[in-house]
Design a protein around this ligand. Structure first.
Ligand code: SF4
Length: 409
């Protein structure tokens, strides 16, 4: 299989999902890293036993060329994962395609914070490197029915409440970060997110960032905060002064009319203009290509996504993307996912535009995770695979925890 074939396979798996036999699931949660729906439930259909943790799905799957792909359950998919002896096999329409592996489960998943909370309910691991915290699994836009139409943060929290702590205390987050990044390092960077806060401000993020400052002073680790855009310049200045490496204010949709239809809360409570302004403010305060904005692609015409990519990247903002998935519990549940050829072409053209406008986004530091996410752990992994088609690279080599990159079968 060539690298392009592996990326194509990953594209189809992201869009079409898969099923897994019970035999193949035997090692998940017992050596293989299980999925924790830490923020969204990124599957078109709920997988029985995932919500209560009795029959967890694997978090990611390693494809040829060590490409990590998010595991998304979909009983209508032509893809099935089965077990043959000690080998896990991916099939399409019952025809064997390749061997796959699960990433290793970190020890901190069985440890507790000082308050007695299971660490994996506070923070979860993605890829072989990324620590993830959703510091508040709520979004104020849901209260008024103004949520983004593709988003299921609230229904996902309700369904998965037995394995996530809804509002995380700063001290609990501190304990997990200390354990997973400083004391027994299996992760090298941290991504924190939450839905829109009640007052449209930073919510409890400042308390968390202040708590983490001594750890950052002890050992630098990149942090990205993926939150709604700030209300004003002072807020952006505060955020960028806390030691974080990057921000992600995710616009999701570029076309102005579609943005207001698909993201009514973001439109009414912040506004597209202020959203872009806050990205420019962060761009001026952080290192190059550290102000990010993610797009959900597949809900607007390709020309309009690419127009947004061109505008932002030519203004020093790093746009990233992931394909639209009709997630369970959203307004768009049951809708058709975009076509794989379309997704391929959009990613290919977008990364070409960014390389021309903002080559700094392709630097070694960013590839290694200095934006708090990297090709092994981000939800936008597919986008990074298209970056590696322009500047050929392997996955980042983790020097801090060689054990964590071994796959578990
Ligand atoms: S701002 Fe939109 S995408 Fe983010 S949590 Fe709220 S509804 Fe979901």
């Amino acid at each position: 299989m060539t690298l392009d074939e592996s990326i194509r396979l990953k594209t189809e798996l992201l869009l079409e999902g898969l099923t897994i036999t019970d035999e193949a699931l035997q090692t998940v949660g017992k050596g293989g890293l299980e999925k924790v729906f830490w923020v969204f439930e990124m599957t078109p259909v709920t997988h029985k036993g995932s919500g209560d943790g009795t029959r967890p799905l694997p978090n990611d799957m390693l494809l040829p060329y060590d490409l990590y792909v998010d595991v998304r359950y979909n009983p209508a998919s032509p893809f099935t994962v089965t077990r043959s002896g000690e080998t896990i096999i991916l099939q399409k329409n019952k025809k064997e395609i390749c061997e796959v592996r699960w990433p290793n489960r970190p020890d901190f998943y069985d440890k507790k914070t000082r308050s007695g909370e299971m660490m994996k309910k506070v923070a979860s691991m993605r890829g072989d490197c990324g620590l993830r915290v959703c510091f508040d699994n709520a979004c104020n836009y849901f209260v008024k029915g103004e949520e983004c139409k593709f988003c299921n943060i609230v229904p996902a929290r309700q369904r998965n409440r037995s394995h996530v702590v809804t509002i995380k205390e700063a001290e609990d987050i501190y304990d997990v970060v200390k354990e997973a990044i400083i004391d027994n390092p299996v992760c090298s960077h941290l991504a924190m997110t939450a839905g829109a806060a009640k007052d449209d401000g930073l919510g409890n993020l400042p308390a968390i960032l202040e708590k983490l400052k001594p750890l950052l002073a002890e050992k630098y680790f990149p942090i990205v905060t993926a939150i709604t855009a700030t209300r004003n310049k002072e807020e952006t200045e505060y955020l960028c002064s806390t030691g974080i490496s990057s921000v992600a204010f995710n616009l999701e949709i570029w076309d102005e009319k579609l943005f207001s239809e698909i993201c009514p809360g973001k439109t009414k409570r912040v506004g597209r203009q202020r959203w872009i302004e806050s990205l420019f403010e962060a761009r001026d305060l952080l290192k190059p290509a550290r102000a990010l904005s993610s797009f959900v692609v597949g809900l607007e015409p390709q020309e309009s996504v690419l127009e947004g990519i061109d505008f932002l990247s030519s203004n020093g903002v790093f746009p990233i993307m992931s394909p639209f998935i009709p997630m369970v519990g959203t307004d768009y549940e049951g809708k058709q996912a975009p076509d794989a050829d379309w997704v391929w072409e959009t990613h290919e053209k977008a990364t070409g535009i960014i390389y021309k406008n903002l080559p700094e986004a392709f630097c070694d530091e960013i590839w290694e995770g200095d934006i708090g996410i990297c090709p092994s752990c981000t939800t936008t992994k597919l986008f990074f695979d298209f970056m590696r088609r322009i500047v050929p690279r392997d996955n980042p080599k983790r020097i801090m925890s060689p054990g964590s990159v071994e796959a578990f079968v």
